[in-house]
Write a protein that binds this ligand. Structure first.
Ligand code: ADP
Length: 425
């Protein structure tokens, strides 16, 4: 193993794995630290769910993941967080970084959430979402990690005992030697974590090359794009043009959607406009027993003979608010996740081999219900969302999953994903 990644959430793990595969690294994602040791691959991504848990818990789980990666021989460790730097003054980016640095015995690392292809750029230490500062973006209203300061040096400094500095864009423009020189200066000044600017993929490639020998990197998924070429240049591996190739599976296909984000609402509407089968899950009807997951599953499996089926709870914000007011936010979420996970499990049991899932939490629930332990990562459908493949010993073998977090993907994402997996649509 060359690279070991510790990701702080599930769809973020798939995102970073997708970047590595795209650049030719054979990559496997595991869900949590497996009991029997890590699989063989150029890169292994351990997906945790530590973004918003208590800092102590995030640190403990991250250290356990680190120990597994070191046992498997990882040359470099990468702590992957969100491209909007989701965290609070308590953490968890700072505390986890500090703990990983201590465990690895290193006194310097970088912090770079930039992902320019998805509109996340860092300039003079300030994070932009599209043309807006992070603090002016929708992230300022996030229920768990409201981001009200775009100055990442200040944001990170509040979370760590280490001195935080800035690796500015002009050093990146100067190429690898200039970045190395700047890092030497920063270290001499006592800086232990440098927030790195990046406004383009060229910056990410330079940064990755200059930092490929550091024991620890901390970043969003963008920096991962530059690592495979940097490793190849060092003779550590040969990029494989087929790293993203998954076998072609036959059999029915389906879409399960529990995301209520704007992008997913548009994708569900587009599927219906195209005249394809769509079955609605109504949380209030479920709650009152007027609808059951089993009856919807039976309808869905009956419809599979005519082509791919969408089962969705996706709804507009007013309707979600009404459901939440009636049932409570947590209870409504859990009710829908449970129903969709049951349906996804039933569809796979009935032979579905290509399944698209929309929603981060929904994906977590589905993957758990299917008993997925590891995912092989295939080709991207859109930036951040690859096809993946899981082996399900109890359920007839292999299934391919596309796990889409809420706001990703174009309006025709569902059909696009299925066509890419060989479905005739
Ligand atoms: P996203 O990636 O868009 O945030 P998630 O799956 O992470 O999507 O979160 C969506 C949450 O909303 C889930 O907990 C899901 O069960 C819940 N949900 C889905 N549909 C409805 C609905 N109609 N009413 C209330 N909650 C819903």
């Amino acid at each position: 193993m060359i690279l070991g990644v510790i990701a702080d959430d599930f769809t973020g793990a798939t995102d970073v794995a997708s970047m590595l595969v795209r650049a030719g690294m054979h990559t496997v994602q595991v869900l949590g630290v497996p009991d029997g040791g890590l699989p063989q691959a150029d890169a292994v991504v351990i997906a945790l769910k530590t973004r918003t848990v208590a800092p102590d818990e995030a640190v403990a789980q991250s250290l356990e993941a680190l120990a597994a990666l070191r046992t498997a021989g990882a040359k470099q460790v990468y702590f992957k967080y969100c491209s909007t730097f989701d965290s609070t003054p308590k953490g968890n980016i700072g505390p986890v970084t500090d703990a990983l640095m201590a465990a690895l015995g290193t006194d310097f690392t970088i912090a770079c959430p930039a992902f320019p292809e998805n509109g996340r750029t860092v300039f003079r230490g300030h994070l932009f979402v599209g043309d807006a500062l992070l603090s002016d973006s929708g992230m300022r209203h996030h229920p768990l990690t409201p981001m009200t300061d775009a100055n990442l040096v200040r944001v990170l400094q509040a979370q760590t005992a280490h001195a935080v500095g800035l690796l500015r864009h002009d050093a990146l423009d100067g190429g690898v030697p200039a970045v190395r020189e700047r890092i030497t200066q920063l270290r001499a000044e006592g800086v232990k974590i440098a927030v790195a600017d990046a406004v383009s993929n060229a910056h990410l490639l330079t940064l990755a090359d200059a930092c490929a020998d550091l024991p620890l990197l901390t970043a969003g998924s963008g920096v991962a794009l530059g690592l495979p070429p940097a490793y190849a240049q060092r003779g550590w591996f040969t990029p494989n043009a087929n790293a993203a190739t998954l076998e072609r599976l036959n059999g029915p296909s389906a879409v399960v959607s529990g995301s209520c984000s704007e992008a997913t609402n548009a994708q569900v509407a587009q599927w219906q406009t195209a005249g394809r089968t769509a079955l609605l899950i109504d949380p209030l009807a479920l709650h009152e027993g007027r609808q059951t997951a089993s009856t919807v599953l039976a309808q869905a499996t009956a419809a599979l003979a005519q082509g791919p089926v969408l089962v969705y709870a996706t709804a507009a914000p007013e309707s979600v608010r009404a459901v939440q007011a009636a049932l409570g936010v947590q209870a409504a979420g859990a009710l829908v996740e449970h129903a969709l996970a049951h349906i996804a499990h039933g569809l796979v049991a009935c032979g579905v081999r290509r399944l698209v899932v929309a929603g981060g939490e929904t994906s977590g629930a589905v993957v758990q219900a299917l008993g997925v332990q590891q995912l092989r990562i295939g080709a991207p459908i859109c930036p951040g969302v690859p096809w993946t493949q899981a082996h399900l010993p109890g359920q007839g073998g292999t299934v391919q999953l596309a796990l889409k977090s809420g706001n990703f993907g174009g309006v025709d994402f569902f059909a696009q994903a299925l066509r890419q997996a060989g479905v005739d649509l």
